[in-house]
Design a binder for this molecule. Sequence first.
Ligand SMILES: Nc1ncnc2c1ncn2[C@@H]1O[C@H](COP(=O)(O)OP(=O)(O)OP(=O)(O)O)[C@@H](O)[C@H]1O
Ligand SMILES: O=C(O)C1=C[C@@H](O)[C@@H](O)[C@H](O)C1
Ligand SMILES: [Mg+2]
Length: 168
Amino acid sequence: MRPVCVLVGVMGAGKTTVGELLAARLDTAFRDTDADIEAAAGKPISEIFIDEGEAHFRTIEEAAVKTALGSFDGVLALGGGAILSDRTRAALAGHAVVFLSVGLSDAVSRVGLGAGRPLLAINPRATLKHLMDQRRPLYEEVAALTVATDGREPEEIADEIATRLKPA
Ligand SMILES: Nc1ncnc2c1ncn2[C@@H]1O[C@H](COP(=O)(O)OP(=O)(O)OP(=O)(O)O)[C@@H](O)[C@H]1O
Ligand SMILES: O=C(O)C1=C[C@@H](O)[C@@H](O)[C@H](O)C1
Ligand SMILES: [Mg+2]
């Protein structure tokens, strides 16, 4: 069993929003590893960061991604930093990974003050810029498709992915 596609991208790229729409279009289920982690921990990711720290979050995130990749056949969204793990990037080889790209100004306007996103608690704009610069090569490394999202409605993005996922 494998996901029909796996969405990656920085916070605010629209993985959750577009993923839900895409799953509905493809008549399949949607799953988000951030939600899996919160359900298993019984608390929000922001509290996991406060109580156990980011390193612990990354460990449980790697396990959550591995589980989902092997047990789910719908549309899967990963957390924005999941691709930081070498093992996760290796596990994504051969999957239909879609990188939702977004520029800094659209990402900042989408995440606002970063509520619920612990890494954006301080200076969201500068932090997002740093994360985007650091991670873009990793998203590109794992992606089979890159879809630009700036200035576009989530429905239009989901339609493009559905079209491009279809075998020629
Ligand atoms: N294409 C878009 N145009 C305008 N707003 C969008 C678009 N995609 C997502 N949004 C909005 O941006 C916000 C962030 O989107 P979303 O939560 O889907 O991002 P994400 O990539 O899942 O982020 P995270 O990595 O933090 O989970 C939401 O308020 C959503 O409604
Ligand atoms: O970009 C990141 O590192 C994160 C993105 C979110 O999806 C969550 O996984 C968490 O807030 C960390
Ligand atoms: Mg999300």
